[in-house]
Design a protein around this ligand. Structure first.
Ligand code: C2E
Ligand code: MG
Ligand code: MG
Length: 731
């Protein structure tokens, strides 16, 4: 019988209260009616018939508690009816009523299960008593059969529930050995039930959890203090891991003591302890989900390193420990140099891959107990607890810089990464996590300002510079909004032509307190603070607008040079932003020259070349500023669409009467001639420098010898008198 069929069989209490039916089978109507008179009463229903076949028909269709059966019937014998009852296992008691005196029929009747034998008419007066007994017995038997059926049902129900439970259900004997365990153990832990029966519970408990699980597995309490929801790891058998990274499952265990119910239940001291019953629920999936969520909350998803929050927690803890037990705590702030370029020119996928590789190398530099975390973007932090000397941190910093030297290979491309590292040490440089991190960050900025790819310890002076810097940065933002900038123009002279051929636009900031500031004091900061684009836009519009005015005044054989930050070439809109000014002021494109410093070319990336080509295709000239000051391969001169190179003023300064001419100047002049490039010398201050450069073959020059950078109004005077003034200088 399966679960569903037997759950339908559920007799109601009314079943017991139904009247008990008595069937009187006798061919004599007189006997039938006298028996009816004798036996009728409350809770009884009397039926009667006169033949054996009628009796069988009634027994087939109704439940009869007792049959009073005459042996001699007109059709078949009462004994045949009795045999039929036995054969078909009818739950009916039978009292034979017979006039037959022979002992044989009585024996045959009793063999067939007849409960009483009454002779008529002599014993009819005893029948009432016998019927009462038979009915009483019948009722007892029925109720016993029902109880048994109910118990069987209940046991089957429980067995079904236990066997089909998603939980592990077991009982242990008082020694802690399995007496029963449900089939779930097979799919959950890979053990067969047979192999665990008789084994101690420790067979399935994770070695590290045995101590803690002991109380749950040997639980004797059976009241509400019994074990509920204790977390314990259960071992899987051999290689049967559902979660192949772990050889165990995590289970939530509830257990209680089991006692012999026949003993005195009121007195727990006298109750007989039979063992422990337990249920273990597999919560591995939930645990993994919880762990994943808490891992994600405390780790960076890209590198899987601790994140800012976890780092701060660990730093707080290290500070507390160091306060209590002494020792120093080091905090490092690491920022990758020019990482943004990788993202912008190669794409974020490559950038992410590179960051992962960098994180791996950084991790190699850590000692046990150090924490490397990702703060976000290309910023990492390191916690060095327990430093003996502050300077010990420099060993790790040097190791990091060294480790980064080898190139990275990402998706078939070679990348190089350098880092700037700032270090702050507790308690010297701050007494809490925020201050230490901020100071390490300040020191890192100082490294950036000093040329990057290095490390520095924080110092108090840096803090002053930092605050100055922050306020200057805010002022610069305001300056952009309030247009506190001016352009000054420095003429570029053609010595042979005796005239001004170009003007370089140089920005000035009219600071409300500090007066006129040169670009050296704010351009780098504008680049770092992401403000350079606004400045470039202003300079381009101002310079092109001014040029348009001069052209209207008839000065149409001049070109204008504008300095553009290399960072602009990281952006995709640089070409459009330059071109739109040419269009807006209706200038021929070749009037505008863009000056870019040599380090842009060091990036040697196709994106930059493409943008420069687009500018050249539109006719804009491109000039390499401060040429010769940086390491660069001559190769790029071939690849980049350049029109002009400017000899850096440091080489020009070197030209003095008592000195030999620097071979670099010879080389630069040679390069310009060889590649067919325009050549301009800047920083020309003396006649000697002018003459020497001119003799070497450089015709165009710029420098204080001719004019300092001056406001637009003064440029007009210079232009008007240009020929006479220059002739005076040149001659
Ligand atoms: P640069 O483009 O190399 O400009 C030449 C610098 O040399 C100018 O300094 C100029 O005043 C100075 N100079 C010119 N002739 C002489 C000379 O005979 N002797 C000496 N000692 N110096 C001379 P300035 O104006 O201070 O500009 C410094 C740098 O700032 C520029 O170097 C340029 O790289 C940058 N800069 C200027 N304006 C802008 C701008 O609008 N945008 C950007 N991104 N950078 C700019
Ligand atoms: Mg320049
Ligand atoms: Mg220059």
């Amino acid at each position: 019988m399966n679960f569903f069929s037997w759950t339908k069989f559920n007799p109601s209490p009314e079943w017991f209260e139904q009247p008990q039916r008595i069937l009187i089978v006798d061919d004599e109507a007189r006997i039938r009616s006298s028996l009816r008179l004798l036996l009728d009463g409350v809770g009884r229903e009397i039926l009667e018939c006169s033949t054996g076949s009628d009796a069988i028909a009634i027994l087939k269709s109704q439940e009869i508690a007792l049959v009073l059966l005459d042996i001699n019937l007109p059709d078949i014998s009462g004994l045949d009816v009795m045999e039929w009852i036995t054969k078909f296992k009818k739950p009916t008691a039978v009292i034979m009523v017979s006039a037959d005196e022979s002992i044989d029929s009585a024996i045959r009747a009793l063999r067939n299960g007849v409960v009483e034998f009454v002779r008529k008419p002599s014993e009819l007066d005893k029948i009432q008593h016998k019927v009462d007994n038979a009915l009483h017995r019948s009722r007892l038997e029925r109720s016993h059969a029902l109880m048994t059926a109910r118990l069987e049902q209940s046991e089957r129900l429980h067995r079904f529930l236990v066997e089909n439970s998603p939980d592990l259900i077991y009982t242990l004997d008082p020694k802690g050995c399995f007496m029963f365990i449900n089939g779930r153990v097979e799919s959950l832990l890979g053990y067969s039930r047979g192999e665990l029966i008789g084994c101690k519970y420790t067979t399935i408990v994770h070695d590290e959890d045995v101590d803690q699980a002991q109380y749950a597995f040997t639980e004797r309490r059976s009241d509400n203090r019994a074990t509920t929801n204790v977390e314990v790891r259960l071992k899987c058998k051999n290689n049967n891991y559902r979660h192949f990274e772990s050889r165990h499952i995590v289970a939530m265990l509830s257990a209680m003591g089991v006692y012999d119910d026949s003993s005195d239940q009121q007195n727990s001291l006298t109750r007989h302890f039979m063992g422990t019953y337990g249920v273990a629920r597999d919560i591995t999936e939930r645990k993994i989900a919880e762990e994943t969520i808490s891992f994600q909350a405390l780790h960076d998803h890209l590198t899987h390193l601790p994140n800012r929050r976890l780092f701060k927690d660990r730093l707080d803890l290290s500070i507390t420990q160091s306060t209590r037990y002494g020792g120093l705590v080091g905090v490092m702030f690491i920022d990758l140099d020019r990482f943004k370029l990788v993202n912008d020119t190669h794409g974020h996928a490559e950038g992410d891959e590179l960051l992962k590789n960098v994180a791996l190398r950084l991790r190699n530099c850590m000692r046990a107990g150090d924490t490397l975390a990702r703060q976000g973007g290309d910023e990492f932090t390191v916690l060095l607890p327990d430093l003996f000397h502050a300077e010990d941190a420099s060993i790790i910093a040097e190791k990091i810089l060294d480790e980064l030297k080898a190139p990275f290979y990402v998706r078939g491309q070679e990348f190089r990464a350098t880092a700037s590292i700032g270090i702050a040490v507790y308690p010297r440089d701050g007494d809490n996590a925020d201050v230490l991190l901020k100071n390490a960050d300040i020191a890192m900025y100082k490294v950036k300002a000093n040329g990057k790819n290095d490390y520095m310890f924080f110092s108090a002076e840096m803090n002053a510079c930092y605050h100055e810097r922050i306020s200057l940065e805010n002022e610069l933002r305001q300056a952009i909004q309030e247009s506190e900038f001016e352009l000054h123009y420095q003429p570029q002279i053609s010595v042979s032509g005796d005239r001004i051929v170009g003007l370089e636009a140089l920005i000035r900031w009219r600071h409300p307190l500090h007066g006129l500031l040169n670009p050296s004091s704010f351009i780098d900061m504008a680049e770092e603070a992401g403000l350079i684009c606004d400045i470039t836009d202003w300079v381009l519009a101002e310079a092109c607008g001014q040029m348009a005015k001069w052209r209207e005044m008839g000065m149409d054989d001049l070109r204008i040079s504008v300095n553009v930050s290399p960072l602009e070439f990281d952006r995709n809109d640089v070409v459009e932003r330059i071109a739109c000014n040419i269009k807006k002021f209706n200038l021929p494109a070749n009037v505008l020259e863009i000056e870019i410093t040599e380090n842009l070319l060091l990036q040697d990336v196709s994106g930059v070349i493409d943008k420069m080509r687009l500018l050249r295709d539109r006719g804009v000239r491109i000039s390499i500023d401060d040429f010769g000051t940086r390491y660069s391969s001559l190769n790029y001169l071939r690849r980049f669409p350049i029109s002009t190179i400017k000899i850096d003023q440091s080489f020009v300064k070197d030209l003095a009467e008592e000195k030999r001419i620097s071979p670099i100047i010879h080389a630069i002049v040679g390069i310009a001639r060889g590649f067919g490039l325009h050549l301009v010398a800047e920083g020309v201050e003396t006649n000697f420098q002018m003459k020497t450069l001119n003799e070497l073959g450089c015709d165009e020059m710029q420098g204080f010898l001719f004019s300092k950078p001056v406001p637009a109004a003064e440029v007009e005077l210079l232009l008007r008198d240009s020929t006479s003034n220059i002739s005076a200088v040149v001659s």
